[in-house]
Write a protein that binds this ligand. Structure first.
Ligand code: 13P
Ligand code: SF4
Length: 305
């Protein structure tokens, strides 16, 4: 952990370097507080994908995990996309391969394939359209097909199936951070904070979703809390988001549903890595053209909805 003075010195240096290098710093809501504080934009996967496509800077420093930086590189092949922690991998994104998607297409030739953005570029390239936790239902409802394969997250797929008449075929992947939260965590948190509203992420298990007051993407939670009349909230997602809630929603109190639900990969980016990355313009994320061209179709189709 860095001392407060040191954090402030490094942060000033990062902002100066970002200016010099014409770089924008994007950070996911689960990043450590000092990385969130130095970023130009902090948000959920959808907001960060949109920012990557729309910002004019020639360099994108992605403080998040690999699939997010890959998505930015696919959308903006002319830009330099940096992932300061190149080992920041989302295990759920590794739970399905492009070959497995091709096999699914053979088995279900009439089904549309919706890939969560938490997938590799190769999987996106084999899919019809992408979705995030913020737009999954809209994406599914936008399709002509009545049968829809949703991959890789079984929990998101089963959550969406509650709201659509389409037949949803889930892949059996999951996020180890969200899938570990259970009814016992809910019981304990409700007993500790009886006046709090329970907000959970759609990557949570059905039993947790059933017990929740609302289900939101990470930024959806922040927006809901900032505009709510309530003052206390239990947060069923990675607790890194509590920093954004405290910063943006004054007077509101947020408690983690489980303090053990930490995404270790989201914590691999620190200020020193960001500074090294800006100085050297490495490690760079490059998606081979033949994959990027096909993956871009699926991502852009989502962004147009
Ligand atoms: P959001 O798009 O809701 O920020 O979720 C991203 C993620 O990785 C959740 O685990
Ligand atoms: Fe992947 Fe889960 Fe971490 Fe999100 S919280 S990046 S889905 S492992």
């Amino acid at each position: 952990m860095l001392q407060r003075d040191m954090v402030s010195d490094i942060s000033v240096k990062i902002r100066t370097l970002a200016e010099e290098k014409n770089a924008v710093i994007l950070a996911h809501n689960y990043q450590i507080p000092e990385v969130q504080d130095v970023a130009d934009i902090v948000g959920d996967s959808l907001e960060l994908a949109r920012a990557a496509a729309e910002r004019r800077e020639g360099v994108i420093v992605f403080c998040g995990v690999d699939f997010m930086a890959e998505t930015a590189a696919i959308l903006s092949p002319e830009k330099i996309v940096l992932l300061p922690a190149p080992d920041a991998h989302c295990p759920m994104a590794g739970m399905i391969t492009g070959g497995e998607v091709r096999t699914l297409r053979e088995r279900f030739p009439d089904a549309a394939v919706v890939a969560y953005v938490n997938t590799t570029a190769e999987v996106k390239a084999e899919s019809d359209i992408c979705c995030t936790s913020a737009n999954a239902l809209k994406v599914v409802e936008s399709l002509d097909e009545t049968q829809v394969i949703m991959l890789p997250d079984r929990n998101l797929a089963r959550y969406i199936a509650r709201f659509t008449t389409k037949e949803i075929l889930p892949w059996e992947g999951y996020c180890y951070v969200h899938d570990r939260m259970n009814s016992e965590d809910v019981r304990r948190a409700r007993a500790d904070h009886p006046d709090a509203e329970l907000l959970v992420h759609p990557e949570c298990r059905p039993e947790v979703i059933d017990a929740a007051d609302f289900v939101f993407s990470t930024s959806g939670m922040v927006r809901h809390i900032c505009t709510s009349d309530r003052s206390e909230f239990i947060i069923g997602t990675e607790p890194g988001i509590i920093h954004q809630i405290e910063k943006r929603c004054s007077g509101k109190k947020a408690y983690p549903l489980s303090s053990e639900a930490i995404c270790v990969n989201m914590k691999k980016t620190g200020l020193k890595k960001v500074i090294r990355s800006l100085e050297s313009l490495t490690p760079r994320v490059i998606v081979p053209d033949e994959v990027a061209v096909r993956a871009r179709v699926a991502i852009e189709r989502m962004l147009h909805i």
